[in-house]
Ligand binder design. Structure first.
Ligand code: 3HC
Length: 292
């Protein structure tokens, strides 16, 4: 095994082309890196490519960047279904696949065999600490969480979470990479369900749900209060809809699995909406109704 270092990082592989994976790939390409976004689904890759291109065009139209820079950044992004080829010369991998432990373990096992010895293998998971996949890779000291926030093109924070065996060199290179992405990395020294940001978000959401279910105030008025009284960019219900109510429920379930505390279970109102297929913005209905 060679020691990972920021200077070795030229090619970044992002696994998963959903909302998070695609925007993380774009962030890396905008920072000047060569990037491969890999997914098993061709249609997801095509959708990601189109959405990112539209976002870059919007940036150009708003005068945020010039057309050549946008084109160059998009040109640094490759979309592929071929994991073996993309991993073969990847120096840093960010896994942003489905939040399922069995799938993630399989990916980390493949990466351990396919990626160069110096490559760092990070997971964007907000719920699964990297210790749960590290052993599958055969290089646990080069595994950590690198947790971005939605929308990743905009949100500045990246949580870098080390597990018991993550090496200092891995942590330093990951923190520095986040800085070179133009982000503000924060270091979390020990795995804890929800890390820091989702715990803070969860506390506000829990209170908002309690106030609403007790009939104290409406969804709209609670959201207005968070924005107009506290300066939050979005109200807690709007934020739940943006993140996805299924994701909110999954975070709660994963937290409950670790803590055993029934207070951490998904709020009944969230469980009900998810059971009805109301997942927030992505399904057109959550706490609010969205147009196409
Ligand atoms: N993707 C990319 N860019 C987006 C975007 C998206 N989905 N939504 C908005 N933007 C961009 C806009 O294009 C605009 O860019 P510009 O400044 O170049 O014009 C900029 O963001 C501001 O957008 P708007 O003017 O349309 O709207 P707002 O000022 O309300 O900002 C927001 C939108 C950035 C989403 C803001 O409301 C916000 O910060 N909300 C809170 C988001 C948050 O808390 N995220 C964390 C969620 S928790 C999480 O992700 C963890 C996970 O584990 C669950």
């Amino acid at each position: 095994m060679s020691t990972p270092s920021i200077e070795n990082i030229k090619h970044i592989l992002v696994i998963g082309s959903g909302a998070m994976g695609s925007q993380i790939g774009m962030v890396a390409a905008l920072a000047g890196y060569r990037v491969s976004v890999q997914d098993i689904a061709e249609d997801m890759l095509a959708q990601a490519k189109e959405q990112l291109s539209t976002r870059m065009q919007a940036n150009v139209a708003k005068g945020r960047m010039d057309a050549e820079d946008a084109e160059a950044a998009l040109g640094r992004l490759a979309f592929t279904t071929d994991l073996a080829a993309a991993a073969a010369d990847a120096d840093f991998v960010i896994e942003a696949a489905t939040e399922r432990l069995d799938i993630k373990r399989q990916i980390f096992e493949q990466l351990g065999a396919l990626a160069p010895a110096h490559a760092i293998l990070a997971t964007n998971s907000s719920t699964l600490g990297s210790s749960k996949v590290a052993d599958a890779s055969g290089r646990p000291e080069q595994v950590c969480n690198m947790h971005f926030f939605n929308p990743a093109l905009v949100m500045k924070c990246v949580e870098v979470v080390r597990h018991g065996q993550t090496s200092d060199a891995t942590v330093e290179a990951t923190m520095e990479l986040a800085r070179r992405f133009g982000k503000e990395p924060v270091l979390i020294n020990r795995e804890i369900p929800g890390f820091v940001a989702n715990r803070l978000m969860g506390a506000v959401q829990k209170e908002a749900l309690a106030l609403h279910s007790a009939g104290i105030a409406s969804v709209e008025d609670i959201d207005t209060t968070a924005k107009a009284a506290l300066g939050h960019p979005m109200g807690p219900f709007e934020l739940m809809d943006m993140v996805g109510l299924d994701v909110i429920a999954f975070i709660a379930e994963a937290t409950h699995a670790e803590t055993g505390n029934d207070d951490d279970l998904p709020h009944p109102a969230i469980a009900r909406l998810v059971a009805e297929g109301h997942l927030g913005r992505k399904s057109g209905q959550g706490w609010y109704t969205y147009g196409k």
